[in-house]
Design a protein around this ligand. Structure first.
Ligand code: HEC
Ligand code: HEC
Length: 354
């Protein structure tokens, strides 16, 4: 009994002191807000919970501005030319669309197709094989990769410290005023976190905002829900798992996919199920950009799926390999996919380089 009461008193004391702390924290946030306003981040009503912890790095006006400047700045690479935006182009939902695989400093080719950047705040892991499990850490990969930006953080920080505009921006964006790697990564994340694509026709239908699917789009949706949505699931069009969808082995790159991260043979040639938002314009397709058109992708699921040890069970059912699709169904799917294009996002000036 006494034990219980003492316990309760302790808990109360703890809560009281937490409460006090909270008040203190709140005050400092409001003070900061006077100079550097927190941005209003709204989760679209048809979207899942955020994975990005906004309380640890709340996007602010200045942090976003800094993140955007960094995103488009060649200073982050060794040749002064290759910025994040060099490979992630807004008009194509931030893919490097003309390139099958990306190319970085000195034109060196990478081995993978640049991914679109949208709705990153809802993703659990990043890149085709999930090599980064936090958005703040993701940029470390392209910045240091020889085939991408090929630069070191100490060099970048030195360059930024020598630039008055940056010094001022870091000061305005972060309480500790410092030009350092941590703040740089946080600022880039603030920019990426705000990149939400949720204004496509599909969204407007889903949220009952007055848009209606045509018959053809509805037919495409029915095929999709039946044959594709088990992996390309939910509003984000990905269940965020790693799977082998049966692409024939590519001898040039021989990419082992998720196995590179986990070291497990069972993950051989598995890749993250990509979101299909804005898919109409994020060509070429697949981790190595092997398909130029959606028609080629659908022909592949219909006729080209290759059996291997790790092929996903969903793609080999009842003695059938792949997903059979009639030509009519393919056309309907392509029409449906166009409802996932979010022009507002592609033209949103907040994210534009100029
Ligand atoms: C040379 C081209 C290139 C440059 C420069 C580049 N990226 Fe990428 N980006 C890629 C490629 C290719 C992938 C896929 C990588 C993989 O799967 O290994 C990718 C993946 C990503 C992802 C993961 C997306 C997802 O859905 O998981 C994010 C986030 C990202 N890049 C952000 C950045 C940022 C921020 C910068 C600048 C610091 C940057 N990229 C610079 C080519 C590039
Ligand atoms: C078993 C899970 C699974 C099923 C079912 C599935 N996909 Fe995929 N899909 C994937 C994976 C995994 C990838 C990425 C593969 C890679 O690049 O190695 C992918 C890639 C794609 C891409 C390329 C996306 C991009 O950004 O490059 C498209 C388009 C696509 N799928 C459409 C479909 C359609 C349409 C269907 C139904 C006919 C379907 N998928 C069924 C798992 C699946």
């Amino acid at each position: 009994m006494w034990k219980k009461i003492t316990y309760l008193i302790c808990i109360n004391l703890l809560l009281w002191s937490c409460g006090k702390d909270d008040e203190g924290g709140y005050e400092s946030i409001t003070n900061q807000q006077e100079e550097n306003k927190e941005l209003d981040f709204q989760i679209p009503s048809n979207f899942p919970e955020l994975t990005y912890d906004l309380t640890a790095n709340p996007p602010t006006e200045k942090g976003f501005e800094l993140g955007k400047k960094l995103f488009y700045d060649g200073k982050l690479s060794s040749d002064g030319v290759v910025s994040c935006g060099f490979c992630h182009i807004q008009d194509f939902s931030f893919t490097h669309h003309t390139h099958i695989v990306s190319h970085g400093v000195n034109g060196i080719l990478g081995t993978r197709n640049a991914q679109p950047l949208h709705n990153m705040a809802f993703m659990k892991e990043f890149t085709w094989d999930g090599a980064a499990d936090h958005l703040d850490e993701q940029p470390i990969i392209p910045i240091t990769a020889e085939v991408e930006m090929n630069e070191s953080f100490s060099n970048i920080i030195a360059k930024l410290k020598g630039d008055e505009v940056y010094v001022e921006l870091f000061k305005e964006a972060f309480e500790n005023d410092e030009v350092n790697t941590d703040n740089m990564l946080k600022a880039i994340s603030q920019f990426l976190v705000m990149m939400v694509s949720a204004e496509s026709k599909y969204d407007k239908v889903e949220r009952n905002e007055g848009a209606v699917f045509t018959e053809e789009e509805l037919a495409g949706k029915a095929v999709f829900d039946q044959k594709c949505a088990s992996c390309h699931a939910g509003t984000l069009f990905t269940d965020q798992s790693y799977r082998n969808n049966g692409l024939p082995l590519d001898l040039e790159y021989n990419d082992i996919g998720r196995e590179r991260v986990t070291g497990l043979a069972e993950d051989h040639r598995k890749f993250k199920v990509p979101s299909l938002r804005n898919i109409e314009i994020t060509y070429p397709y697949m981790h190595d950009g092997r398909f130029a058109t959606l028609k080629e992708v659908l022909d592949f699921y219909d006729k080209g799926v290759e059996v291997s040890e790790t092929l996903d069970p969903l793609l080999q059912q009842e003695n059938q390999v792949g997903i059979s699709l009639t030509e009519e169904e393919k056309q309907q799917l392509i029409t449906y996919f166009k409802t996932l294009t979010d022009t507002n996002f592609l033209l949103d000036e907040r994210f534009a380089e100029f």
